[in-house]
Design a protein around this ligand. Sequence first.
Ligand SMILES: [Zn+2]
Ligand SMILES: [Zn+2]
Length: 424
Amino acid sequence: MSRLEIKALGGCREVGRAAIQLTAGDTRVLLDYGIKIRRRKPPLYPEEPDGKVNYVALTHAHLDHSGAIPLLMKKKPPKVLGIDLTREYTEMLLWDSLRVAKKNSYEARYGEREILEFHRNYREVEYEHGVKLRGGIEIRALSAGHIPGSAMFYIRHRNKTILYTGDFNFIDTRLVEGMTLELPKVDVLIMETTYATRKHPPRSSQERELKQIIDETCSRRGTVIIPGFALARLEEISMVLYVAGTSWPVFMDGMARNIVKITLRYPNRVRDYRLLRQALSKINYVRDQKMRDKIAGSPSVVLTTSGMLEGGPVVYYVAKLHDSSESTVAIVGYQAEDTNGRRLIEERKLELSEGDLIDVNMQVRQLDFSAHTDITGMKYLIKKTRPKAVLCVHGEEANKFASEIEDTYGTTSIAPKEGETLKI
Ligand SMILES: [Zn+2]
Ligand SMILES: [Zn+2]
């Protein structure tokens, strides 16, 4: 009787290139297959699977979970299992990453054909509906509360069970409901540990603060620039502003507009579709450079990409307003090391092109609208699922968290290294 082997191919003690391989007999399933994005350089990929892959279970569209899947599409493509809109979001991000490669003059490791194969081999699954795979494996998607369409996977093979979380969040945000609380008991829990040492402030306090920043800035005739990731983040912020009753004009610029078009086609994947529509109806979309010139410097709010200020219209806005001490950059998302966003926070500088730095005299404020759970949520998940073993992935402090779990609960906890395996 074949046992189930779990092997970490990526996302080991780092955020990025999430990839877990499950093998049962001659059936191979990947749980996510993502990349790690780097500044102006080709992304990092996870390890290659041990052989032919039959299925990829894709938790959500973010490239750190989906970005390496096209590599599997070159010959004998696997079936990709995921929620309906995850396919559309992922395709949009994959096309965009081809453009990013071209812009930074490195060769992408896949092309158009592989993205089309991804589309062709995608099989939609629905939350809470079990799907039987070959090799006696059963898989069920559970809602993960991270972004619209995000899923966790509950996997059963003979009498053994696994829960793979992908990225997850317990709390409701304006855009999506928190993850399911109907959690099964499992043998092995494979979990993300992005915020393994952090506690998030209550969202309501962050919403109030953002409103205050906007009122203060616009009252002194400044512009508020809110850089955010196009997928989900800027949509959520537009809802926050609508609910808070912001009276200043709100603009949206960059790829977010295309994302909005996709989201609006999936009413049942957001928490309150009417509210989303109402919020978006108040948004003014930036059409061209002339409009951009007019907005920058007027009392208004601009929601724009990219989230870490690594290109996109946000660079134009901050460059133009860099000397305006009346204006504010409100950071609403995580800023990775070695990004313009991190540099702005730490040094009040922005890099326009390689080595070309300017001082930024705008106000810089940081808020926490994280779409990931924090240490409290992680511990709660462990208590609810009562695993015999925990695999901690997708976190720079996965190792520290694993020891803490082992000390507190006596549960075997591992922060695997690349290539490390576990048999159950
Ligand atoms: Zn994510
Ligand atoms: Zn992630």
